[in-house]
Design a protein around this ligand. Structure first.
Ligand SMILES: *Cc1c(COP(=O)(O)O)cnc(C)c1O
Length: 417
């Protein structure tokens, strides 16, 4: 492995050297965020007993309750619901939507079509079978207009909205991701229309990229096998926000009247806490890897987004490859340089919840974790792959290099070994 010619090693070295000043800024953010996390641990007196789990009903699980408090403080919110019982980011978002919305209410997504797996949850395209549409929740969506938020349309659609949905990260789309400041600007404008409108933010891939989170929102949601799990949490999700709203979500996750007070933590508390503690570092390494990736692929003539010198608000790097075979080659390369299942060749498949076939490399310790070095994308025009993660920069860099090498190496018609 990693037997590249001198030219390619030199290209990688030059690329990394050019990134040095960006990397220093990332380290500053890392330090600020680490302080934010550490302070929350200290304030909430996290103790050894909080690391152990419970079984059965999990009454009086002080570890679970303390994790909720630590998360609320880290995110700058009143209340939190952090559970390994959330099976994915999609499930966490779904619990939130069903926790808040009632028949006849209107949901407005102001950042274009939400992430692919939310389509059936909302019932876009007429899907019933327990979707929000099946329960009589109305939906409308405001698309980006020339790359920007369409405030005129947003203001029209939000007049009778109950819940506004803001997705910060781009998902599998070409639109840009939204910074904390941009999210706050949307929130201010919507609250001006009607301050009763509840605003939820899909914060997936954005935690710890900037020095603060969009705490001005009523609810913020994310996945623990992305940024805030630090590559250590085995599964789960979080909902943070206003106390009464988080309580409604807890009632939906468990049962009305039971809420957040039941639910054993098994052996997950230690890893959720350790993961959160490590998350600022994992995110810093993922960001360095993403910037290296952008820079290297730019040099090789590919269209990348964000560009190597653009500011970043999430850990996702989009690389437009132009055809299916190149997507496969990229993903095979990332997988081949990964610590787990390096010998496996990823292929696209009908992943539950998605319309197109998805190809996904994930040579990770936690299955499907995308804070670990990973690449994925839907097999559709314009055949763009999304690279993200990298628990440490040297290994992330090698994943990116291996993917690039297989695309450009002399005589490459490589379809994997
Ligand atoms: C990853 C992601 C989700 C949820 O994904 P899961 O695979 O269900 O965890 C939702 N929204 C965005 C923007 C995402 O990146």
């Amino acid at each position: 492995m990693f037997e590249y010619n001198d030219e390619f090693w030199n290209l990688a070295r030059d690329t990394e050297e050019e990134c040095a000043s960006r990397f220093r800024l990332i380290d500053k953010t890392f330090e600020k965020n680490q302080i934010r996390v550490l302070e929350a641990f200290i304030k909430n007196r996290v103790s050894e007993r909080h690391l152990f789990g419970t079984t059965g009903y999990g009454y009086d699980d002080t570890g679970r309750a303390t994790i909720d408090k630590v998360y609320a403080d880290v995110m700058g919110c009143e209340s939190a619901l952090v559970r390994h019982n959330f099976v994915s980011g999609t499930h966490t978002l779904t619990v939130c939507l069903f926790g808040i919305l009632r028949p006849g209410d209107k949901l407005v997504c102001v950042t274009g079509k939400p992430y692919d797996s939310l389509e059936k949850v909302i019932g876009i395209g007429g899907y019933k079978n327990g979707s929000l549409a099946d329960f009589g929740v109305r939906y409308s969506q405001v698309d980006f207009l020339n790359g920007d938020l369409d405030y005129e349309e947003i203001s029209k659609e939000c007049q009778d909205a109950k819940l506004v949905y803001i997705q910060r990260s781009r998902g599998y789309s070409s639109r840009r991701s939204l910074s904390v400041t941009e999210a706050e600007e949307i929130i201010r404008k919507i609250k001006k229309i009607n301050k009763e409108i509840i605003i939820m933010i899909d914060n997936c891939y954005c935690e710890f990229v900037q020095e603060r989170e969009p705490a001005m929102a009523d609810l913020i949601i994310g996945s623990l096998i992305k940024n805030p799990g630090g590559g250590i949490a085995r599964t789960g999700g979080y909902i943070v926000g206003k106390r009464n709203l988080v309580a409604l979500c807890a009632n939906r996750l468990t049962a009305p009247g039971i809420g957040a007070e039941v639910g054993c933590s098994l052996e997950q508390n230690r890893e959720i806490l350790l993961g959160l503690f490590m998350a600022p570092q994992a995110v810093a390494n993922a960001l360095k890897t993403a910037i290296f990736c952008a820079s290297l692929f730019e040099k090789l003539g590919f269209s990348v987004n964000p560009g190597s010198s653009d500011s970043r608000v999430d850990i996702v790097q989009r690389i437009k490859l132009g055809d299916k075979e190149k997507m496969r080659t990229f993903c095979v390369g990332v997988q081949a340089a990964s610590p787990i299942d390096s010998f496996v060749k990823p292929e696209e498949w009908d992943m539950p919840g998605y319309q197109e076939k998805i190809i996904m490399s994930s040579g990770s310790f936690t299955m499907g974790a995308t804070i670990e070095s990973s690449a994925d994308g839907p097999m559709r025009e314009p055949y763009a792959v999304y690279y993200q993660g990298g628990l440490n920069f040297p290994s992330g860099k090698l994943c990116v290099m291996e993917a690039a090498w297989r695309l450009i190496r002399p005589g490459s018609s490589d379809q994997g070994e």
